[in-house]
Design a protein around this ligand. Structure first.
Ligand code: SF4
Length: 352
């Protein structure tokens, strides 16, 4: 029989308060329920210990809680942990925990699959299955935080929206998730420790500026000339570099935030000195830093990673131009957890 109950976490806060009060629940009860849902992230009404049985029964009869389930996980030699989650409606998504010396980062998905098809990315080979809800995005953060504490005894320090999907094509839910992640009534994280990474949807970058977001923005650039960028990222046909430049300047004017440019080095494609010069020119449009990322070959992919000498030359060129450059060595390669490799291939059959 069809279950007509709605996931309580999909109901906007204002309208949920109205609905709960219409059932005769006082305001402090609504607050308790929010705490259970968002602060304590429980998966059932029964677990809400300070609610009386009649309230629990009432909630149970009206709503569900569609938490994701950790199904599989793999630990890499470098301690990166890749998790496969299933959503309430049976879709598979992936999240990755990346421990480094200074940080404990959760890389989370915003969509199941992706509607874009960047040629260097394994997720792009999967079709878009659905936009994740705010709750499903928060669940990944909460579960990865739990694993961080269980395995490494360190809580999460950072969150990056760089897993499966294009976050700006799931704008409403992503913004809701970020609001919960940073709210004292939610996970209470500093927005400065959260980064949203986009393939480059100019209109939505401007909207982020209009919404005055406080979290960091990263643009997956990967080529600073339109011909090359369009070759690897179809989205560049409708959002070319000039449009992106304009959107980034607008975003910076509104938020005063520094932008991060992500640049995967692909051997013989975008790693020449001419490419570096184009990148340097483009990057000057806003205060920025550049993350040069080691490429992880994917099944059926046509690219190879740049060799170390080429990478060094590329990076030196940028630093000589006084740009801030970080080189991101790949993490979790042996378990396909590295950047661009997420494609629902998680192997172990049980959660750790
Ligand atoms: S890189 Fe990001 S936007 Fe491009 S296909 Fe992969 S998941 Fe989608």
């Amino acid at each position: 029989m069809h279950d007509a109950r709605k996931d309580i976490r999909d109901i906007p806060v204002d309208s949920l308060i109205g609905q709960l009060q219409a059932f005769g629940l006082p305001k402090f009860r609504c607050q308790q329920i929010f705490d259970w849902i968002w602060k304590k992230n429980v998966g059932s009404f029964d677990a809400m210990h300070n609610l009386g049985a009649p309230t629990k029964t009432l909630l149970e009869s009206q709503f569900t809680i569609g938490k994701i389930r950790l199904e599989t996980s793999q630990v890499s030699k470098d301690k990166t942990i890749k998790c496969g989650f299933s959503t309430f409606d049976g879709k598979t998504i992936e999240g990755v925990l990346i421990p480094t010396k200074k940080r404990m980062t959760a890389c989370v998905s915003s969509q199941a699959g992706c509607s874009l098809s960047c040629s260097f990315c394994a997720t792009g080979k999967l079709k878009l299955q659905k936009n994740l809800s705010a709750g499903e995005i928060i669940d990944q953060i909460v579960d990865l935080n739990r694993l961080a504490q269980e395995h490494y005894n360190i809580p999460l320090s950072n969150v990056v929206l760089m897993g499966m999907g294009e976050p700006l094509l799931n704008y409403k839910n992503v913004m809701e998730a970020m609001a919960i992640a940073t709210s004292p009534n939610g996970l209470h994280m500093s927005p400065r420790r959260i980064t949203l990474s986009t393939a480059g949807i100019a209109k939505m970058i401007k909207r982020l500026g209009d919404d005055g977001v406080k979290f960091n923005l990263a643009l997956s650039l990967h080529a600073a000339n339109d011909k090359k960028r369009s070759e690897i990222m179809e989205i560049n046909d409708s959002n070319n570099l000039e449009t992106l430049r304009e959107a980034l300047v607008y975003f910076h004017e509104k938020t005063e935030a520094r932008i991060t440019f992500e640049y995967i080095l692909l051997s013989g494609f975008n790693d020449s000195m001419e490419d570096a010069a184009e990148l340097a020119r483009f990057a000057r449009c806003v205060p920025c830093k550049i993350n040069v990322i080691e490429y992880n070959p994917i099944e059926g992919g046509i690219f190879q990673k740049s060799n170390p000498e080429q990478t060094d030359q590329f990076v030196s060129f940028l630093t000589q131009k006084n740009l801030i450059v970080n080189v991101r060595r790949s993490r979790g390669k042996d378990i396909d957890a590295a950047c661009g490799q997420l494609a629902n291939k998680t192997k172990l059959k049980s959660p750790i």
